[in-house]
Ligand binder design. Sequence first.
Ligand SMILES: NC(=O)C1=CN([C@@H]2O[C@H](COP(=O)(O)OP(=O)(O)OC[C@H]3O[C@@H](n4cnc5c(N)ncnc54)[C@H](O)[C@@H]3O)[C@@H](O)[C@H]2O)C=CC1
Ligand SMILES: CC(=O)C(=O)O
Ligand SMILES: [Mg+2]
Length: 507
Amino acid sequence: MSRDTAIRKNTFLQSLKVLYYSLISQHLKELVPIIYTPTQAEAIANYSHLFRRNECLYLMFNEQDTMERDYLEQTRGRDVDLIVCSDAEAILGIGDQGVGICTAKSSIYSLIGGIDPFKCLPVALDVGTDNQELLNDHLYVGWPQKRVRGEKYDQFIDKFVQIVRKYHPHSLLHFEDFGVTNAHRLLERYRAEHACFNDDIQGTGAVSLSCIMAAVGVTKSKLCDQRIVVYGAGSAGLGIAHQLRDAMVATDGVSPLDASRKFYLLDKYGLVKESLGPSRIRDSLYESGFVSPDAEWKGAMTNKKGEVGLLEVVKRVKPTIMIGCSTQAGAFTEDVVRMMGQGCERPIILALSNPSRLVEVDPANANLWTDGRALMATGSPFPPARMPNGKDYHIAECNNALIYPGLGFGAVLCQSRRMTDTMIIAGAQRLASLSPALKDPDDSLLPDFDDAPKVNFEIGVAVAEQAIEEGSAGVEWKKSEVKQKAAERLWRPVYGEYIYDPEGEQA
Ligand SMILES: NC(=O)C1=CN([C@@H]2O[C@H](COP(=O)(O)OP(=O)(O)OC[C@H]3O[C@@H](n4cnc5c(N)ncnc54)[C@H](O)[C@@H]3O)[C@@H](O)[C@H]2O)C=CC1
Ligand SMILES: CC(=O)C(=O)O
Ligand SMILES: [Mg+2]
């Protein structure tokens, strides 16, 4: 190699990383689906078989005695702003993947959020796996033990969080794809003491709120006038319901109780209603206030176990919005969608499960079954649907990646010690204000992914402005200074253009 010193080799190799980011940045729409959803699910599912080298900080449960040393070794000389961690229990709709790491989530912060990749740290928290296929696989690279749960799990996570707080107190700690029993708990436990963010709960809630704000703009109605069915009451479903309810309370002035009654959540036991009891309703669902009173469901059709299914719910509720985050492919059947279409003029349908093969309804079918009246969004990219008038309807990609990079950029920019609900709402409102559907009701509900960097810059500015206004920021800027500061801070991959000159070579 012509680069003869270690430092020249080092800078050359670093430049290849810049090439990676530069190439993807120039072809975002084409290449994000390759490094992120839907392909990422396949890459994670085959992680051990495709394994080349470790790209993240890998912390294993049975090596926690050296956790602090391992952390320091990986972060030495780096000014870490952002940490993306996952225990991989509920990866991208494909369940427990043991050590299926989420480096892509971290790369998206750089590609779309403009955060220097050198300041981002992806962390795999390996606490074992309950995925028997992985445990039987002799090539599995993770710790081949059953998942650690309970107090020992909490102690391991706590040790990690305290190390982050000690060495990078201004960082944003992003939780990704934790299992439903841990996701809410961990966020609530740590968000008051450190800037924490759960993407599946808050990121998905925020991007869905933006999408729905745009959709109710098209239907010229208010958020509090909607009847909302959420199919799949896990991290994403509950996060979305909370976000929409908070927005109804904040913007439409309804009480939290009245707002809660606009929601009908379904989980694997059907409609979440009182009589399902604690064996079928998780604590976080009970506490959420979204459990339907039995009195509202007298005479409803049930199965032998007393469970009410989706079709019956849609028939009785006549929802204006139906959101899928259940991992159940095709759950929004023709009967369900046609029934919804009978109950309202412009059904708003968000089929958010990833990867694409798990989508609750193919938008082309939803379009057909509602005669082109549905306002639609999906979690992974889908081709446009042809409307009866011959026009193409662009399906919004309602994926948290359209908002979390900006939320993170904003929090990091102003060194916020908290990621507050109001900062997230400010980001969601800014995204909604950029919806193409505001100019043309037949256009996509959300901006195109090609515009994601520009859009996320705006989101970041809105978040930092809100943090300054409410006193959460660690910097002493005026709100009017934020845009300039954001522009100065933005990282963009610039890879020099090399022009091949054969004549020059001969000379
Ligand atoms: N578009 C986006 O930005 C995002 C999409 N997602 C997708 O949403 C899906 C769920 O993700 P999480 O909420 O993180 O997982 P989760 O495991 O927390 O939640 C899934 C929920 O679906 C429920 N469910 C399972 N079978 C069901 C059935 N037959 N009927 C009704 N509900 C059923 C489960 O009980 C669980 O509560 C995944 O496919 C994920 O990829 C998640 C986060 C963001
Ligand atoms: C997008 C995402 O966070 C998920 O599917 O889990
Ligand atoms: Mg996720």
